[in-house]
Structures are given as structure tokens and as C-alpha cells.
Design a protein around this ligand. Sequence first.
Ligand SMILES: Cc1cc2nc3c(=O)[nH]c(=O)nc-3n(C[C@H](O)[C@H](O)[C@H](O)COP(=O)(O)OP(=O)(O)OC[C@H]3O[C@@H](n4cnc5c(N)ncnc54)[C@H](O)[C@@H]3O)c2cc1C
Length: 303
Amino acid sequence: MRQLLLLRRSLISVRFSSYSVSPQATISHDGPNPPTLAEHVDITIAGGGLVGSAMALAFASSPLFKSYKIVLLESQSKLPQVSKNKPYSNRVCALNAQSINLFETFDQEHPSENDSLACIVENDVIQSCLLERLKQFHIEPRLNSKVKNFEYEENSIRIKLQDEKINLRTGLLIAADGYQSSIREMARISTMQWDYNQYGIVATLQLADNMPDNIVAWQRFLPTGPIACLPLSNTHSSLVWTVPKSMHKTLMQLSDEQFVAEINKAFTSDVYKQSGTISITERIRSYWQKLIPGILKRNLCPF
Ligand SMILES: Cc1cc2nc3c(=O)[nH]c(=O)nc-3n(C[C@H](O)[C@H](O)[C@H](O)COP(=O)(O)OP(=O)(O)OC[C@H]3O[C@@H](n4cnc5c(N)ncnc54)[C@H](O)[C@@H]3O)c2cc1C
């Protein structure tokens, strides 16, 4: 069994949300008299995260919106700095072929030569590439620009920013301000959500051995929730382990060595599994082994 070293660990909660729009939205605003000075913008995107920056680039790179004035507002004062020398971040996305195709439409001069099923990329890297590309369309996110509130006018929306005296008047406001969107709340778009009573533990793992063939994503469906190990490089993988709330505390309190031992156990032993699942897994294994001899050896889980 190969050992892993733990580099970083953090916790996220697992929820499901769905949205519905109330037919008559009432918008809150600060006072009865809107400020007089307003910059006119065609499309305003609030939030320069993955969704907002991809949305801005989709508009900017489309010939249909060539003459439109597009503004990307970001409440934070800094953008993520990516560097090859920095350790891997433990927030990653699996980009499937459709997402890769979408990104290719943003930069048709440099088509991707990737024919993989999917790619695992750090969120910071995706975001900074999107923002870098946006610069070529002369769009830079306006930092420290938090949408405080907005109100509908006859043919536009007037946006008030937290720290600015000049407001925006826009034809379209896109709320890309994250999963706890305050703009969505102000627009009274109701949501339905429930708690799965689970947490996701995310971590960056360093493989003890250099593995040139670390190109397979592994996921094991345990009765307690799925555990996934996503390849980043020959030496690193990203971990997402979904566990019941009752279990997360124990795991988070373990030392790094103990936690790594639990990961190895969850991937390789039957401690976390049910007997029915084990027999099905065994049958699938022997089916593949008969079909393509050697496949299991070549694609062995790196633990
Ligand atoms: C472990 C893990 C794995 C995941 N894997 C995947 C995956 O494989 N594929 C996938 O698609 N998704 C995945 N996700 C989800 C994905 O990370 C999120 O859905 C995505 O980051 C959301 O992006 P966003 O732009 O909507 O929000 P955010 O990244 O939260 O960005 C919102 C931005 O808006 C700004 N903002 C907030 N309020 C305002 C305001 N009032 N005015 C202006 N700006 C504001 C914030 O500062 C922030 O920069 C994963 C998430 C986790 C935790």
C-alpha cells in the first residue's frame, strides 16, 4: 500500500439548493432619492469568481456583444495570485469536455490539444486565466466594488455600490456573487434548500512515490458518502471526502498521519463498506480483468 502525506485540509458543508423567481420582485434601496450621477453600462456582472469571469468573457468574446459596455464588479480588494512555486490549492474543479469546449470558444487562436475525459484544475488557476484573457478585451474587474443594493427604473437598473459615490445604470445586471448571493436575496428570488447532514473534507495530498501515471480520478462510494482522489500531477492529488456531520469532527481532529491512514483505509479496506457493495465491486473487477487482462494493474489506485 502506498502512503500519502497530507498537505492541507479544510471543511465545506454539503447542501442542495434550487431557485424560483417570485413574479413581482421588490427591491430594497437606501432612500427615496436616487443619486443623480450614474455611469451608463450595458451589462453589469456582479462577482468576479469563476461564474462571473466566465460570463464576462462569454459576452466579451462574442461578436454579438462587440459594441456593448461590459463591467465586472468584484467586492474583494485582491484577485488570486497564481504561481508555479505556490503549493496546490485544495479548491479544484473537474472540467469536462463541455467546459473545455466553452473555454476554447473564448480563445480560438489557441485550441486545446487535450483529449482527456476531464481535467482537474485549481479554481484560482481557472479564474486567473479567464481574467487574463478578459484583459485582451479591455475588461478588468473593478475591485472593492460591492453591489450594495439596486432598484429598477423604467428601462434600466440603477446599482448602488458600497464605497462609491458614482452609481451605475445598467441594462442587465447578472448576479454572479456566489452561492449566498445577496443580490438574489434583494431581488427576492426564493430558494429551496435542504441540508444533507454531510460535510466535505477537502485536502491536497502528496503521493509518497513519484507516479508518472497518476492520471486517473478515483472515487469510492461508501455508505458514509463518496471519497474521491483527483490527480493533479505525478506527485499530488486532490481529495474530496464527503462524510456525515457526526463523523467529520473525529476526522478533522486526527493528526496528519492518522488522517492519511484513514484515507488509505477508506480507499482500500472494507472497514467503511457494506458486504453487498463489496461483492458487486469484486464482480466488476473480475469482468474488466477478463475483458482487458492487465487493466487493473495499469490503472491501479495509487494507495
Ligand atoms: C471541494 C469542491 C469541489 C468542487 N468541484 C466542482 C467541480 O468539479 N465542478 C464544478 O462546476 N464546481 C465545483 N465546485 C463548486 C464550485 O467551486 C463553485 O460552484 C464555484 O466556485 C462558484 O463560483 P461563483 O463564481 O458562482 O462563486 P464564487 O467563487 O463564490 O465567486 C463569487 C464572487 O462574487 C464576489 N461578490 C460577492 N458578493 C458581491 C457583491 N455584492 N458585489 C460584487 N461582488 C460580490 C465574491 O467576492 C466572489 O469573488 C466545487 C466546490 C468545492 C468546495
